[in-house]
Design a protein around this ligand. Sequence first.
Ligand code: LLP
Length: 434
Amino acid sequence: MDRLPLFPDTTKVENNVLTIAGQDLNALAKTYGTPLYLYDRATLDNALADYRSALKKHYPGRSEITYAGKAFLCLAIAQWTSMNGLWLDCTGEGELAVAVKAGLERGHVLVHGVNKSPADLRAAFRHAGTIVVDNLTELESLVRLQPNSQLPDPSFPNLWLRLQPGLAVDTHAYTQTGQGGSKFGMTPAEITEAAHVCRQNRLPLTGLHFHQGSQFKDPEPLKAATELAFELAKEIGLPDDWDFCPGGGWGAAYHEDDLPAPPIEAYVKFTASEAVKACQKHGLTLPRLHLEPGRSLVARAGVALYRVGAVKQRGDRTWLLTDGGMADNPRFALYGARYSCLPVTGVERAPAGKFSIAGPYCESGDVILEDLQMPEIQVGELLAVPVSGAYHLSMSSNYNGARRPAVLWLDKGKARLIQRRETGDDLLQRDLGL
Ligand code: LLP
């Protein structure tokens, strides 16, 4: 079936029913309710193994993989990160709290953020081994946090400077970050000035970083950005074992028309070989290469299950109305993202036409997908939406009082509840009234 490659690696059709990691999805939905999110551990492990083997094959120097927690962070995922020796990229104090609770070692925690608050910076000082500096004002705040500017402080996190390379990757405008004029990072002139400030104040500047955008499939723009970063590394002078991070952003296939999925190895190979070439050109030592994937690690491991509550025929369109939508997955509303779907039971029924799926929320943009070939779907059926592991729950909301879905971890034939469903009491917990 052409849609199955969008689903986790352990997905099977058994007796015309979809199973993941040996679990009957109907039974899971019955026990835990819907909407329900599933994460398949084997798929997470396999994506990580793809990154590791590609780095080993294509990069002769040291390397690290940093999971970009913004794609989806909860205690279990942070623990998975820690168990696998990954670094974790946290955006500010909130995500750092999860990293700390999961027991990540300080050296494996990295902090990002465009406008880090004083509380973010204090938390980063306590819990992170690396801070990626976004701007000169932030650097001044860091100088003030340095207790004795004459001595390098061994507990001071390493600093990397975030470069705005002036060039983005090809993706939706809202997820482009590297272009000139974007709010992210520093221009080359600001990088030079920031390096000067670090030297003057004996701050441990060890690396350069850029991230040109997310959900790209053509790595070509990384070439010019890498070239610029290495030119700057040479100019500002960094330690021999310096850190270089060209961010994350490698894309995933969301719809059968996007298949085959962009291979992780092609991205790693391109990135690594550009770094090696730039090194040779500028006579620099090979840096420790850090890759910062979010989506390409977790997107395909995640599946969302929804129950159809009503079917409406409106002109040419047949709406399947489900119990979840933009509150747990705002990506159609934000980016016009294109999804696919399979019914959980009777998977192999013949297509009966095009169907659209919308949620229960008070907005016409509350859509999961439009005009997808599906069999005739009845009220009460369970639908499985693949590639739901990245930027769904991390961008979810309580719109219309939506309670965030339960999340299950599927591993070796077992399902474990890693996040319970939110309740009405949870919604009221921080509400103090008059
Ligand atoms: N590093 C930095 C500095 C980032 O800003 C991001 C993503 C990543 C790494 C990881 O990118 P990934 O490998 O996950 O593409 N909400 C959007 C995506 C926003 C990405 C934000 N930054 C979406 O749903 O497509």
